[in-house]
Design a protein around this ligand. Sequence first.
Ligand SMILES: [Zn+2]
Length: 168
Amino acid sequence: MKRRDDITKKQINDFKKKGFTIVAIAKKLGCGESTIYNILKGAGKEVHTDNCKVCGKEYTYIGNIQRSTCGEESCTKKRKVLIQKEDRKQDMGNVRPYSETTIIMIVQDIEKGRSAKEMAEMYGRDQDDVKRLINKIIADGTVGRVKRMLSAYKNSNTIRKGGSVRLL
Ligand SMILES: [Zn+2]
């Protein structure tokens, strides 16, 4: 496969004048169609300078394709691992401990007949994790306790303001 910087816009345009299609030109020049389009768009000759996100070395690249490493195999590999770790971290963001306040809200949601999907969306959490929590707090009696606490609170003001009620 030919590198993009070996091909000039003029070469492509000469072929075009002769009536070649993009597919045919790509074949003639030994590159992909997207390369031809990119060169025609003018991206082919733009040189960018950036620093490798892994080793910090300065590198240059041609065209619009955003790169984040110097292109060394070791850097490319390390970068891949880093990105995968980041993705995993973001997944973990939806699965985090529930505060007592959130549990009280979820119990109220259960009473209102809201689905786990709705709750997951409202609280920015993982749907399956919300389902797991609902099953757990129903099974261990937390839901019953919270309901009793809430109705007690409604009926009288026996729970002091700011006083904490341990649920779990
Ligand atoms: Zn590097």
